[in-house]
Design a protein around this ligand. Structure first.
Ligand code: GLY
Length: 262
């Protein structure tokens, strides 16, 4: 049996005042995992709490694209090799639920109108997502990595996209290996400037180092130092086969929290 655990972040740039909000999401994951729930269930329900919290740039609190639209990306991956992601999805308050619906399908990802059509056919709630204008203190992305008592790991991420991005732009969150990566012994989620994260294939490279025996913090520090330019704000969370998860950013303002069963 593994020790259940969870780690979550509220985005590079979100600021320490969001710490209680992140702890609420981690508490929800802990509750699910402690009562025998799966890593997937815990990651999704914890991510939904963050999507529903208007202080985060995901779901309800997503920042407007440059044309005023609100378009959402979300992704989920599991340590048993399943994956789901949605890109630039409108009118969907909880895109992580649609991404999770793809875990057991023959396709991995859906975009824009196709994603919404799928959601309509499956009965996922449709409605305007309020969003908000970008400003300096707007956070970027939410993410949760969980491990259940069977040792299964899941990573869920969600975002309205970095500030000042056009409607067709694709960030790191729905791109495998970039904003998220999970393999048998480790799960990693990233936050920050999506273009920098994507160029670095950041989550995959951190996971690869951890899978090769490097510690969580050491692998994250290596990635931030060696693959990300100093000017690009980026954060990472990760959780391995045992022990608690960890979070690290190249700025001091990424709220993150971790829980691990005794
Ligand atoms: N990291 C979120 C984005 O670049 O869209």
């Amino acid at each position: 049996m593994a020790k259940p655990a969870a780690v979550a972040h509220g985005g590079a740039g979100a600021g320490p005042e969001r710490q209680p909000n992140i702890e609420a999401a981690v508490s929800r994951a802990a509750e699910i995992l402690s009562s025998g729930g799966s890593a997937v269930e815990a990651a999704v329900e914890s991510c939904v709490i963050l999507e529903d919290d208007p202080v985060f740039n995901a779901g309800t609190g997503s920042v407007f694209r440059t044309d005023g639209s609100v378009l959402l990306d979300a992704s989920i991956q599991t340590s048993d090799g399943r994956m789901g992601f949605v890109i630039a999805m409108g009118d969907t308050p909880n895109p992580i639920r649609v991404a999770a619906d793809l875990l057991d399908e023959g396709i991995n990802g859906l975009t824009a109108l196709g994603a919404r059509k799928w959601a309509d056919e499956r009965g996922f709630p449709k409605g305007p997502v309020e969003g908000r204008p970008p400003h300096d203190e707007v956070s970027d992305t939410v993410g949760v990595v969980t491990r259940d008592k069977h040792g299964s790991i899941a990573c869920a991420t969600s975002t309205g996209g970095c500030s000042d991005r056009p409607p067709g732009r694709v960030g790191d969150v729905p791109l495998p290996g970039c904003g998220f990566w999970v393999q048998e012994c480790v799960g990693v989620g990233a936050t920050g400037i999506g273009e920098a994260i994507t160029r670095a294939l950041l989550s995959y490279r951190v996971a690869d180092r951890i899978a090769s025996g490097m510690g969580l913090e050491e692998a994250m520090q290596w990635a931030l130092d060696e693959t990300i330019d100093d000017g690009d704000e980026v954060g990472i969370i990760a959780l391995g086969q045992d022990g608690p998860g960890f979070g690290l950013s190249n700025r001091p303002n990424m709220p993150w929290a971790a829980w691990c069963a005794d």
